[in-house]
Design a protein around this ligand. Structure first.
Ligand SMILES: Cc1cc2nc3c(=O)[nH]c(=O)nc-3n(C[C@H](O)[C@H](O)[C@H](O)COP(=O)(O)OP(=O)(O)OC[C@H]3O[C@@H](n4cnc5c(N)ncnc54)[C@H](O)[C@@H]3O)c2cc1C
Length: 622
């Protein structure tokens, strides 16, 4: 039985806005648009409302969410030639709250250059300065206790840059272990400590990160942040278990206008109508899927599937970009707490109790550290010279993009890459081992059979050069689209991932982290987790093998309905209106035209906050 609000009545109403997808962006929009009690909003969400579910709420249980159809759409990529032909799992949240309810809860921030690039690509008003207030608007940052602040070195946090009254709660874990405390200090030893709050727009270096959780270490996601406090609003209707099939249009004298949405609930078909707009917020996989199912996309592709073309735009589903990661576990010395301790009898029950009663313990932690580094700071000066000449070589040898839009994007990316003040890699850190074979089932990512406890150091690309696509393969909405990210199809991505893995070795050998990790008895550095089969030291060749055999998504796909000029790859304009259709917008991660560094949920919230203001302005102007 679907847990719904007034779905039986919804067919009879006509709404000002019908939002497809009650996820990160969709619920942000719904909350902001219904601040005006005269505006009627309906949200259609295929997943259910699971606000009291411990699997969602307890940070350390996040791995139990993946591959489970109660939470995850369970998408898979096509076999990836760059990854030895492997097929990867692509988790996406199928629950009220969307992917914010199943993500790793890491809070990150793009650089000024990242966001200013959006404007340079032809989107006036989308830049660092215009978006910065919206990051604050969405957030309430909870300061850590004095002891935690001291242990984690959070003095860099600048109150002015954070929100104090927004719906989404952010906090630090109040139970840092020895490894968590060592992370930021290790970067300081290397002279790579951050000089300012990561939100300043230019910060590089390693630090302990904020998580999307409240003071009691409960996950703060779009469902509990934006929907729960507003659930009683008369003008907000949220239908869960509502699976959208397609958008309905009226076409009069070649003018196509969105008028409603067809969806099924418990197998029965319904149509919900709007006098205003349909807003697609189904995420990077399903926003292009729903457009194509509705007849918006490449005409030939759709007609081959028997779908009547409503609007020919071959940009739909293209420009797919993602972050990718491949990590290594280094063995912790005996007695240093790691996630593996949960395997001991009785510890899980104790840990759940610690979390439930005090918001503390190992389950309140998860990923605790991150770092943003330019390739410039990764290596010795000799290695750096060799890498830089290789980068130049690869960049000039790689075939140039034929589309003018992609050329503009890659030119901006090259500038970022060659700018030593911009990050090329993110390094994530948690006191846990990693399963190198978990690519096809993320629920197994932290499950491994190696004896001992580990510290996982996980480099991730910040600005991948590879581009892929997502397209439907059937007119049946229940058939998953074809997801082909073309990982590592650009050789720069391979080079950077290799450099990232090599740098993990350097980190493991730098104090204080090094003092908490076991030495290899053969005198070859620290002990790398046995499943990675590294004998002796990690070399470039071995690192490439690990990248190709264990690299996975970093879960941040964007770009499939890019906000760009149409002739340069765009699906929506700078007011997020779908080109060629009236009363249809897209607001979610799919509109991001060029991927930004780090975890993107904060950027999705900020963009949706800004989108709400744009939509309100446009409503006034009518
Ligand atoms: C495993 C994982 C880990 C991540 N870790 C982090 C992290 O630590 N930090 C971070 O900042 N970001 C992280 N991210 C990324 C971030 O969470 C997402 O980029 C962001 O939440 C996407 O927001 P969205 O609004 O675009 O889509 P979503 O939040 O996914 O919302 C889309 C919604 O639309 C619904 N929907 C889709 N199709 C239909 C349909 N046909 N009918 C009805 N409803 C539909 C979905 O069920 C979903 O609720 C992670 C993501 C994942 C999956």
């Amino acid at each position: 039985m679907a847990s719904t609000t007034r779905y039986d009545e919804a067919d009879l109403e006509v709404f000002d806005y019908v939002i497809i997808g009650g996820g990160t962006a969709g619920l942000t929009l719904a909350a902001r648009l219904t601040e005006d009690s005269a505006v009627q909003v309906a949200v259609l969400e295929a997943g259910e409302k699971r606000f009291d579910d411990p699997h969602i709420n307890i940070p350390g249980l996040m791995n139990t969410l993946y591959s489970d159809e109660n939470y995850d759409w369970n998408f898979k990529t096509t076999p990836q030639p760059g990854l030895n032909g492997r097929t990867l799992a692509w988790p996406r949240g199928k629950v009220l709250g969307g992917s914010s309810a199943i993500n790793f809860m890491m809070v990150a921030h793009p650089s000024r250059v990242d966001l200013d690039n959006w404007e340079k690509l032809g989107n006036p008003g989308w830049n660092f300065d215009t978006l910065q207030p919206y990051y604050r608007k969405a957030e309430t940052m909870n300061f850590p206790s004095d002891a935690t602040a001291e242990a984690l070195g959070t003095a860099i946090m600048d109150l002015v840059l954070h929100g104090a009254s927004g719906p989404v709660q952010t906090s630090f874990t109040e139970s840092p272990g020895e490894l968590d405390k060592a992370w930021g200090r290790t970067f300081k030893t290397l002279g790579l400590g951050p000089g300012s709050d990561p939100r300043a727009g230019h910060t590089l270096g390693g630090y302990s990160l904020l998580k999307f959780m409240d003071k009691s270490a409960r996950r703060s996601h779009a469902g509990v942040a934006f929907y729960e406090p507003n659930a009683a609003r008369e003008n907000l209707t949220v239908l869960t278990g509502a699976f959208v099939q397609k958008i309905e249009f009226d076409t009069v004298q070649d003018v196509v206008t969105a008028t409603g949405v067809r969806y099924t609930i418990e197998g029965k078909e319904h149509v919900i109508r709007t006098r205003g707009e349909v807003i697609l917020a189904a995420g990077t996989v399903q926003s292009p899927q729903i457009l194509e199912l509705s007849g918006i996309g490449d005409k030939k592709r759709l007609e081959n599937l028997g779908i009547v073309s409503v609007l020919d735009n071959s940009n739909v589903g293209e420009n797919l970009q993602d972050h990718t990661l491949a990590g290594i576990g280094y063995e912790a010395i005996d007695g240093v707490p790691t996630a593996e301790m949960i395997k001991q009898p009785g510890v899980l029950d104790w840990a759940i109790n610690e979390w439930a009663t005090k918001g503390l313990g190992p389950l309140s932690a998860g990923v605790t550290g991150t770092a943003f580094l330019s390739h410039d700071s990764l290596l010795s000066s000799e290695e750096k010279l060799s890498l830089e000449s290789r980068l130049e070589e690869i960049l000039s040898a790689t075939p140039q993009p034929t589309s003018p839009g992609l050329k503009k994007q890659l030119d901006l990316q090259k500038k970022t890459l060659l700018n030593n003040k911009e990050a090329d890699l993110q390094f994530n850190f948690g006191a846990t081992g990693i399963n190198p074979l978990a690519g096809n089932d993320i629920s197994q990512l932290f499950n491994h059979n190696d004896a001992g406890g580990y510290a996982g150091i996980v480099p991730a690309l910040t600005h991948a050069f590879s581009r892929g696509s997502i397209h439907i393969q059937s007119p049946d909405p229940s058939i998953h689209p074809i997801i082909d990210p073309k990982y590592l199809s650009h050789p720069i991505d391979v080079e950077l991932m290799i450099s990232g893995l090599l740098f993990t070795q350097k980190l493991s050998e730098t104090a204080p982290l090094s003092t908490l990790l076991k030495d290899n008895p053969l005198g070859t550095g620290k002990i790398i987790q046995p499943s990675f089969h590294v004998e002796g030291r990690l070399t470039r060749e071995k690192a490439e093998e690990i990248v190709r055999s264990s690299m996975i998504t970093s879960f941040h796909p964007v770009g499939t309905c890019s906000m760009l000029p149409r002739e340069e790859g765009g699906v929506v304009d700078d007011r997020l209106r779908v080109y060629g259709v009236k009363r249809l917008r897209i607001v979610d991660a799919s509109v991001v035209p060029l991927i930004v560094r780090g975890n993107i949920a904060s950027t999705v919230y900020a963009s949706a906050e800004r989108a709400a203001d744009i939509i309100k302005e446009d409503r006034k102007a009518v």
